[in-house]
Ligand binder design. Structure first.
Ligand SMILES: Cc1cc2nc3c(=O)[nH]c(=O)nc-3n(C[C@H](O)[C@H](O)[C@H](O)COP(=O)(O)OP(=O)(O)OC[C@H]3O[C@@H](n4cnc5c(N)ncnc54)[C@H](O)[C@@H]3O)c2cc1C
Length: 168
């Protein structure tokens, strides 16, 4: 999996930096962090983007665009996350995309229902932050959590459900 080059310029004590870090962490987005306290070059980058002012976090993206003190909504938009429903009506709305929510959504989609999954954080819930699941349902073997999460979340359809069955 490729990771976009993102560099966050901030400090360890800045609350907006902590919030942006948490957001990237929840979305499993890789980034480099430059602590501008004691890093003159990093501080110069910040000042260069902010008319000489020290405004953090200043986040520089791979395409050269810059976000300064972004809200989580602005970060979500920049990352291309879907933050609004595409339909006016759904047969079922599932709140939470952990294993329970994704399973419910996939079963419902398999039956032909239109399903919306609402997630406040990263897809996969607690399992999404686990590198390896030891006792995955229906499989006594360890299963790579990342590939299961990616496959199931990316293709919530009846055909996807079959491919989302854990390996036997
Ligand atoms: C480090 C770690 C390792 C683990 N290893 C294993 C293992 O090896 N084997 C195993 O069987 N289990 C393991 N577990 C436990 C397993 O991950 C959990 O039992 C499982 O994820 C629970 O699934 P869930 O869907 O019920 O809840 P969660 O995974 O907690 O998912 C709930 C989701 O709902 C979202 N949510 C909550 N409230 C809202 C709201 N109001 N609006 C929108 N979204 C909301 C949350 O952000 C979250 O994504 C591990 C857990 C951790 C943390």
């Amino acid at each position: 999996m490729s990771h976009p080059q993102i560099t966050m310029y901030g400090t360890t004590w800045c609350s907006d930096c902590k919030r942006a870090k948490q957001f990237f962490g929840e979305q499993r987005v890789h980034y480099d962090f430059v602590d501008v306290d004691g890093d003159d070059a990093g501080r110069a980058v910040v000042q260069g983007h902010n008319d000489g002012k020290d405004i953090i976090p200043t986040i520089v993206f791979e395409d050269g665009s810059v976000l300064v003190e972004p809200t989580n909504s602005e970060l979500a938009a920049k990352l291309g996350l879907q933050t609004s429903a595409s339909r006016a009506f759904y047969d079922l709305i599932v709140v939470g995309s952990g294993p329970a929510g994704l399973t419910a959504a996939l079963y419902a989609a398999r039956e032909g229902l239109s399903v919306l999954v609402v997630e406040r954080s990263g897809v996969g819930g607690q399992a999404g932050v686990t590198e390896q699941l030891d006792n995955f349902p229906a499989s006594p073997r360890a299963s790579p959590a990342t590939s299961w999460r990616t496959d199931c979340a990316a293709r919530p359809s009846a055909s996807a459900w079959r491919s989302c069955r854990p390996p036997r």
